[in-house]
Design a protein around this ligand. Structure first.
Ligand code: BEZ
Ligand code: FE
Length: 293
């Protein structure tokens, strides 16, 4: 086959994929080629625009290193991450809604006893977080792991300032008790801009978009026999709830971080200054049964 024009080229490429042994790979690549070609025809892409696109993707790859994943940031800001998340979690009766993982998760955060203060050297308004983990059916889940991480009062994560902090802070892993409960102290996180000094930041600027995310605490909750839950809880009084740069806000994940005056906190701690309290319960979806054999 030869002499392809702007219409016949698509069928030719799709036919070239005909012998792909993996059927799922074949389906994905075939659809990708069709949509990519349709996109190029739709916008009547010029040679200069194609070059600019290649240069942008090249810069995106070059901005990635061990600590920075610019392609995930691109996926997040184009709504692809939340679209994939939405497709993966269609049927979730009784389960807590999910949202993006983000780039600041640390897999091996230290496990701390329930009730610990994880603020370390971070300063700010004290925050008590109390919660429970249940199976979507309602049974409490004992021994579930609850990973938490959040930004500080300036909107920076510990991993963005490790040298200044001397280690991790505002981050830990907890384990639920026999009633599926956990609690900990930390400080109020602030809203913050996603890293916007790279190609994704340039894309946001070029499209008149801001880079900001509303204030939130991240949670990753895992229990045997259940889907691992990746989510955040957003503070109801934060700006940017309706224009999150990565489209991650869901109404069910917005909660009051209730302001309290100094006094005895719900966990019995004597507080000599005002503090906030977030109470949030998490529902985990049972994992699909595995086929025998
Ligand atoms: C975050 O919430 O940590 C985050 C999510 C997506 C992109 C950047 C940051
Ligand atoms: Fe975050």
């Amino acid at each position: 086959m030869r002499d392809f024009d702007e219409h016949t080229i698509t069928r030719a490429v799709v036919e070239r994929l005909a012998d792909t042994p993996d059927p799922r790979l074949k389906a994905i690549l075939t659809s990708l080629v069709r949509h990519l070609h349709d996109f190029v025809r739709d916008v009547d892409l010029s040679f200069e625009e194609w070059q600019a696109g290649i240069a942008f993707l090249t810069r995106t790859g070059q901005a990635c290193d061990r600590h920075r994943q610019e392609f995930i940031l691109l996926s997040d800001t184009l709504g692809v991450s939340m679209l994939v998340d939405a497709l993966a979690h269609r049927l979730r009766e009784g389960a807590t809604e999910t949202t993006v993982l983000g780039p600041f998760y640390v897999a091996d955060a230290p496990e701390r006893p329930s009730g610990s203060d994880i603020a370390g050297p971070l300063e700010g308004t004290p925050l008590l977080v109390t919660g429970s983990v249940v199976s979507a059916g309602g049974a409490p889940l004992a021994g579930a792991t609850v990973d938490v991480w959040h930004a500080d009062e300036d909107g920076a994560y510990d991993v963005q300032q490790l040298d200044a902090l001397g280690g991790l802070a505002g981050r830990a892993r907890f384990r639920t008790d026999a009633e599926g409960r956990f609690h900990f102290w930390t400080i109020m996180p602030a809203w913050y801009p996603i890293p916007d000094d790279g190609p994704v930041g340039a894309m946001l600027k070029a499209t008149g978009r801001h880079p900001n995310r509303p204030a939130h605490v991240h949670f990753m909750v895992a229990a045997e026999g259940h889907e691992t839950l990746i989510t955040h809880v957003f503070s109801a009084d934060s700006p940017w709830l309706d224009s999150d740069a990565v489209f991650g806000v869901k109404t069910s994940l917005v909660a009051d971080f209730v302001a309290h005056p100094a006094g005895t906190a719900p966990d019995g701690r004597a507080m000599d200054r005002p503090y906030r309290h977030l109470a949030y319960d998490f529902g985990l979806e049972p994992a699909p049964a595995r086929a025998a054999g």
